[in-house]
Design a protein around this ligand. Structure first.
Ligand code: ACO
Length: 370
């Protein structure tokens, strides 16, 4: 083989596969299976979008009913899964607990047919996220209710009480926005694992591991901590200036694809405003986020990303900050599974090359002579 092609660090600008699942573009557009995100955000249910991303087309009424029934029948966690979660220390981050719990399904559900394994993984994510938070903190486990949607169930189990219709609707909008995003870091990770022909649990666990980092899914929790630190909209300019001067990255800003606008952030920004109005709350959190967004744009022309505006929405829904990234994962599980399946349709093992820049021609020296 001739010398390998040295591509950009971080695979910047490199296409690693073909995909028919979603398309994000530098002009600030995003489609799932050909549908513009704004239409899905405004009109679809979360379950419809899950079906769309997984199956490649929107379901009719009968198909959606059957799909939803299937999800509900797999939504509860087994006693052994709950017991496993209960053995983990109370200060464990819910994302680490979630990764461990999801991985355990690779043992307890390994004999299910492949399609049922995937439905079960998607269906269990709300109970996983809520109970990975609750059980390790000594709170009673919550069971999903058969009369609630995935989003309503997740909110209900997290908070221990039924959310209002508007809260459920708002929360499900964020789940739709988090559902899928072509070959981001965690999805690429899933595709690499799939390419080795490892099972879906191995791939999903690897996806969760990649999502946790603050440059990816972990940014929504970091963004909320920042909003709480800045407190006043008038502090935004100084905060951004000082952070950049100190070489600090500001979480919830910047994106590999969207250099001017992240369409998901702008939809979320409008939603935050509406949610605060519906709740009869002061709009200070909205004004604070808006001030930080403007300050960052003025300082470095870097736009807010989805994580930046999802964070204050979750905060306004009284969701504990440490489950923001697990919530991202609960939704993205569907995208990961769609990519796992697509990878296997035309599989080629991911095995890149590297340019070796280390030392050579060294002579081994016995240990006692070093
Ligand atoms: N704060 C400060 N500076 C930033 C930020 C930021 N959030 N984002 C990018 N920059 C700067 C970089 O330092 C770099 O500056 P330089 O040219 O002076 O060196 C320039 O902008 C280009 O940035 P890159 O890191 O090359 O952009 P890249 O496409 O590789 O990175 C990334 C994208 C990793 C998301 C980056 O913007 C970042 O670290 N953001 C903060 C973390 C974050 O919010 N992640 C969530 C991503 S969205 C999601 O997961 C849903």
């Amino acid at each position: 083989m001739s010398e390998p092609l040295r591509v950009a660090d971080g695979l910047y600008g490199v296409a690693v596969t073909d995909t028919g699942i979603s398309k994000s573009a530098v002009d600030g557009s995003l489609t799932y299976r050909g549908y513009e995100i704004k239409q899905l955000f405004e009109k679809a249910t979360f379950e419809e979008c899950v079906y769309l991303v997984l199956e490649g087309r929107l379901p009719n009424r009968r198909e959606l009913d059957a799909f939803t029934t299937d999800l509900k029948s797999h939504a509860a966690l087994s006693r052994e899964t709950q017991n496993l979660i209960g053995t983990l220390p109370a200060d464990g981050h819910p994302m680490d607990v979630l990764r461990t719990a999801v991985s355990s399904l690779g043992v307890t559900e390994r004999s299910l047919p492949a399609r049922e394994q995937q439905i079960s993984l998607i269906a269990k994510m709300p109970a996983f996220v809520a109970n990975c938070y609750r059980i390790v903190r000594g709170m009673p486990a919550m069971e999903p209710r058969p009369d609630l949607s995935q989003g309503a169930n997740l909110l209900y189990m997290l908070k221990g009480k039924l959310p209002s219709d508007f809260e459920t609707w708002a929360f499900e909008r964020e789940l739709i926005l988090y559902l899928e995003h072509d070959v981001n870091a965690s999805t690429f990770t899933v595709r690499v694992v799939a390419s080795t022909l490892a099972d879906i649990y191995a791939a999903a666990t690897a996806g969760l591991a990649a999502l946790k980092g603050p440059l990816h899914g972990g940014a929504n929790e970091a963004a909320m901590e920042m909003l709480l630190e800045v407190v006043e909209p008038d502090n935004a300019g100084t905060y951004v200036k000082d952070s950049l001067a100190g070489g600090k990255k500001i979480m919830g800003f910047g994106h590999r694809v969207y250099k001017k606008v992240d369409p998901r952030a702008q939809l979320s920004k409008q939603l935050l405003k509406r949610l605060l109005e519906e709740q009869g709350k002061d709009d200070k959190l909205y004004r604070l986020a808006d001030a930080l967004e403007r300050a960052m744009w003025d300082a470095k022309t870097i736009p807010a990303n989805l994580d930046f505006y999802a964070a204050p929405i979750f905060y306004s829904l009284s969701i504990p900050i440490h489950v923001y990234t697990p919530i991202f994962a609960a939704s993205r599980m569907t995208g990961w599974i769609a990519h796992y399946n697509e990878q296997l349709m035309h599989n080629k093992l991911f095995r890149p090359d590297a340019v070796y820049v280390g030392p050579s021609d060294l002579t081994y020296v016995p240990i006692d002579k070093r």
